[in-house]
Design a protein around this ligand. Structure first.
Ligand code: ZN
Length: 247
């Protein structure tokens, strides 16, 4: 929490630290299954995820790079990100939480007006692995409706909160005409390692079509100034272009 920044929903946000506490009540799935899924997503090579879950998009066939920002809109973090993107003339993809859309609709309108892609990140940022089919569907449909109500076009993509999902989640997303999206590079902006970020991007071999994960939320507020600028500068010098996700 950053002083002066309005709280959002008080839940964790990122894959590494944001898993909600579990009471075990009503949970139909064993802990090992959840941990296995998380391990697959967090630790295994992207190629393996693509093989195990072919319906999930981890990178596109584009030659360009796709910047994505999760958890917004946020009243402090999102304008900073939008200002940087405008300065570089870059279009990005924002995976928005539905309840944040309803709290800060003017920011959604700005995202859309400035040519970015507004996509679906669930309504309340809950772990959909543990939710019933009815709840998952409600989370997705309410967020799609909120995006469209505030000027966005019909979302085509959905990123599961925390990167957690199960096969039923993917099936419901398909029923809602949403393609699941993860990422091929995690900026780990939630660690606020701005001083060592240059080294981390230098170690990664970037290729066309990569989907890069960033956040515009209260836990990453302040990091975008350094990380996004560094990354765009690094990749622009290597002649990569940037675009919103589009297949
Ligand atoms: Zn998220």
């Amino acid at each position: 929490m950053v002083s002066g920044i309005p709280a959002t929903n008080g839940r964790g946000y990122n894959v590494m630290s944001g898993v909600p506490a579990t009471s075990g009540r009503g949970c139909r799935y064993k802990l090992w299954a959840l941990m296995t899924h998380a391990a697959i997503i967090l630790k295994y090579p992207i190629a393996l995820i693509e093989r195990l879950f072919p319906s999930i998009l981890c990178r596109t066939k584009s030659q360009g790079i796709h910047l994505t920002f999760d958890d917004g809109p946020h009243p402090a973090a999102t304008p900073v990100v939008l200002d940087i993107l405008k300065q570089f003339g870059i279009q990005a993809t924002f995976f928005l939480n539905g309840e944040h859309i309803d709290w800060y609709p003017e920011l959604v309108r700005r995202i859309v007006k400035e040519g970015h892609s507004a996509q679906n990140h669930g309504y309340t940022h809950r772990n959909l692995f543990r939710c019933s089919a009815a709840v998952v569907k409600d989370e997705l449909l309410k967020t799609t409706e909120a995006i469209m109500r505030h000027g966005g076009s019909t979302p085509k993509y959905f990123r599961p909160p925390f990167g957690f999902f199960r096969n039923e989640t993917l099936k419901i997303a398909a029923e809602c005409s949403l393609k699941p999206v993860l990422w091929s590079f995690d900026s780990k902006d939630y660690f606020h390692r701005e001083k060592t970020f240059d080294r981390s991007i230098a170690r990664h071999t970037f290729t066309g079509g990569e989907i890069l994960l960033f956040h515009d939320n209260e836990s990453t507020y302040g990091s975008a100034e350094k990380t996004v600028r560094s990354l765009v500068d690094f990749l622009s010098k290597r002649h990569f272009a940037f675009s919103a996700i589009e297949e």
